[in-house]
Design a protein around this ligand. Structure first.
Ligand code: SF4
Length: 246
């Protein structure tokens, strides 16, 4: 994908409805495409469209080992509902055992560094395996999810993983997606109705209060409003220079 083609694609995608966006994305890339889902509302809508349209896009999730029981139940329900597999990627066993030796079972509360170490072992390292060999990585990121994600665009080169990061929902609102999920009978996490708008690992997620940022319930004990788990530190990056283009 050259920079010129990526720019053309980004312009074209912005004017399309969601299903057509995904079809266009699949057509535009020759290589493997992977969609990583956390089984939240946004990701469930994308999963629905990928499965409904029969698109050749791998759907995978990071099984951190600390997810809510409701999330595991939704994972099973979604596979049953669509008759398709959502691939699960677990952390490396030895790295987990070292982490537990170092910081204990809930050591991520001790400091931002300890929390990032846990996220690295349970999320970032498995993500590298999920994305190995892929040309494009689809996510459910939206620009309106948080201040940190305001700069999210539809398409950008992700130097950390050496591939194109594609955010088909970048311009969507939560209300629009909730409406679509209802109309299409998409299975969703019951925790959303209890104020958990952004759902990650159970010990690191709480319900939010009215007026709070959608992601305020993630790692709420940390003061840094820019907190992320390490998967999405750069919302959208410039296209690669000539030497890095595939
Ligand atoms: S969200 Fe919490 S439990 Fe999950 S990987 Fe990060 S620090 Fe660990």
């Amino acid at each position: 994908m050259t920079e010129a083609r990526a720019n053309d694609l980004a312009l074209a995608l912005a004017g399309l409805p969601l299903a057509a966006r995904l079809r266009r994305i699949r057509q535009a890339f020759e290589g493997k495409l992977v969609f990583t889902t956390s089984l939240g509302l946004e990701d469930q809508v994308l999963t629905h469209l990928i499965f409904r349209e029969g698109l050749d896009i791998e759907v995978a999730t990071l099984d951190t080992g600390r997810l809510f029981p409701e999330t595991y139940a939704l994972w099973a329900d979604t596979e049953m509902h669509y008759g398709r597999r959502i691939r699960g990627f677990a952390p490396d066993r030895i790295a987990i055992e070292r982490l537990l030796d170092d910081q204990g079972i809930n050591g991520f509360r001790l400091s931002p560094e300890a929390r990032k170490a846990c996220c690295h072992v349970r999320k970032v390292e498995p993500l590298r395996r999920v994305l190995a060999g892929a040309e494009g990585w689809l996510t459910g990121l939206r620009a309106s999810q948080s201040t940190q994600r305001q700069g999210t665009g539809v398409l950008g080169f992700e130097p950390e993983f050496g591939l194109w990061k594609i955010n088909p929902l970048f311009d969507q609102t939560r209300e629009t997606l909730a409406d679509l999920a209802g109309r299409w009978s998409v299975p969703v996490n019951p925790l959303h109705a209890e104020g958990y708008l952004s759902i990650g690992c159970q010990p690191c997620t709480r319900a939010i209060q009215p007026g709070e940022d959608e992601r305020a319930g993630r790692w709420w004990w940390e003061a840094d409003a820019r907190r992320e788990c390490g998967l999405h530190l750069a919302a959208a990056s410039p296209a690669p220079d000539e030497s890095r283009r595939a």
